[in-house]
Design a protein around this ligand. Structure first.
Ligand code: SF4
Ligand code: ZN
Length: 359
């Protein structure tokens, strides 16, 4: 017996390409693409994310999320981006090549193609070129006995020695350096906003991780990104995809004809708790469709109550670069990594890079 394909419940004309598990709604390709673009437009408008006076930067890795981010914003805000260009604030995508073998090359190509397709300018920062070491080399260096002895004795009895295992994990080094490089390039370009590709699943996972760790400060920090202005030297982050399910991000690329990378980062398993939070969410969503939207609804209710600027009592300033650092550390983690692992001065590297690429 032939199974008939349902008709789209929205336009009632086209053949549906999917049936929503949580609502039972059948949706065709055209209505799906429009739904995603409208959702991003609504999210951006609700949080007043950009206006024509902004200088916008995109964190574009070439992964599925950042590719959809750039493609959708270039489409739904074409006129607004054109106005920014007229005011001398040309939007720029920042792509960071950490240097991860058998992984990064494909996403770098996709990031280049995305910029070519959307007409967005791109700046590429390579760890290998600027810091003198790719992330792969940094990880090898930090697991070398000589490095462990040298750093271990330097920080004997100190906080860094106790935290040594955590700070030399691939995702710790990569995450700290990527966040700082992204921010510092954006600040060097006088950008007012950094758009990142975090989707609804990422946000719900982060919420669960902070909940499981009982870390109310980190939860407050995640909330303040949505509601507070950033204080210098940090550039305000916006998350236009925060209301999109991860599966919709992939489906958008598939139906819009965009390329995306399927190979995961070889170090992804390093972030154990995030992997576990992902598993919990998948399990809950599979058994109880719509759970993730309920978590988001809860976040939307409690985040405004938690949002507050980080109290200056928790932070002090890194003498080398001027960025905030933990009171317990001698310097910020970016300065620490680049000096201890690569033997370079983070501030000088970034100053030289901005001088070559800044506007
Ligand atoms: Fe970097 Fe870890 Fe993400 Fe890989 S999984 S890109 S190492 S933060
Ligand atoms: Zn520093």
């Amino acid at each position: 017996m032939a199974i008939s394909t349902p008709t789209c419940s929205r336009c009632t004309k086209n053949r549906a390409v999917m049936v929503r598990a949580h609502s039972g709604e059948a949706v065709c390709k055209a209505c799906f693409l429009k739904e995603i673009e409208d959702k991003v437009r609504r999210t951006m408008s609700r949080y007043k994310m950009v206006d024509s006076c902004d200088k916008l930067t995109f964190a574009l890795s070439g992964g599925k999320d950042s590719t959809v981010l750039v493609r959708v914003i270039a489409k739904v805000h074409e006129n607004l981006l054109r106005e920014q260009v007229k005011k001398g604030n040309t939007p720029v995508a920042i792509t960071i090549d950490e240097g991860i073998a058998n992984y990064r090359d494909e996403s770098l190509r996709i990031a280049r193609d995305t910029c070519a397709a959307t007409g967005i300018d791109q700046i590429l920062f390579s760890f290998k070129q600027e810091f003198g070491m790719a992330l792969d080399d940094m990880i090898k260096a930090t697991s070398n006995n000589t490095f462990i002895e040298r750093i271990g004795s330097k920080h004997a009895g100190g906080q860094l020695k106790n935290a040594f295992k955590v700070i030399t994990k691939p995702c710790s080094i990569c995450g700290v350096l990527r966040r700082r490089v992204l921010n510092d390039i954006a600040a060097g370009l006088h950008a007012t906003k950094i758009a990142t590709g975090h989707n609804l699943n990422d946000e719900a996972e982060t919420f669960l991780i902070n909940l499981f760790k009982g870390d109310i400060n980190r939860m407050g920090r995640a909330a303040s990104i949505l509601f507070e202005e950033e204080a210098a030297p940090f550039v305000k982050k916006i998350k236009p995809l925060q209301d999109l399910l991860q599966q919709d991000v992939v489906l958008y690329l598939y139906h819009a004809g965009g390329d995306f990378q399927e190979t995961p980062c070889p170090y992804a398993g390093d972030n154990v708790m995030r992997g576990e939070a992902q598993g919990i969410l998948y399990g809950l969503e599979g058994g109880h469709p719509g759970t993730i939207f309920n978590i988001k609804k809860f976040m939307d209710t409690v985040y405004p109550l938690l949002s507050k600027p980080v109290s200056s009592g928790q932070l002090s300033t890194c003498e080398k670069c001027g960025a905030p650092k933990s009171k317990d550390l001698d310097e910020c983690m970016a300065c620490y990594y680049i000096e201890a692992i690569c033997g370079k001065d983070y501030t000088s590297v970034m100053r030289d890079f901005i001088a070559r690429h800044g506007s």
